[in-house]
Write a protein that binds this ligand. Sequence first.
Ligand code: THU
Length: 159
Amino acid sequence: MEKKELKTDYLFGSYEELEAADRNLVDASLKATTHSYSPYSHFRVGAAVLLADGTIVQGANQENAAYPSGLCAERTAVFSAQAQYPEQAVKALALVGCNEQGVTAIPAWPCGACRQVILEVEERYHQPIRILVASSKGVYIFHSIKDLLPFCFVDGNMK
Ligand code: THU
């Protein structure tokens, strides 16, 4: 057997180092946390999606007493964007999580289901989605959701 390696390139820097468009999207994700409905986890997650025409669509986690019926911030943002502006490609998505003390130091990494949903959107518009994950320590930037979901399953895998 041959040993192989996976390598992921990403950027990490302070909020202040972000370029204006990225900062604006992170700001929108932070604002979106105020729309979180999270009476069970008390963990507020905000997401903001940037569309090709510059529109920003926000999303926040929405919980339910029947836990699996809730939805993560990323999927509320992405599905809302797709439902309202299906002709607009998604260019970027920013995400941030807050506990009772504020923005968490450990990033609110997108869960597996959200990664798969974002992947489908990349496939739909044939372009990568820039992913910004903010924490109190700084912001992680990935070129594509594929950087967070290697060996991913898409329509092409069935051909
Ligand atoms: N959550 C998100 O909104 N996005 C993620 O990627 C991780 C988890 C939410 C779901 C739930 O409302 C709360 O965080 C705790 O799991």
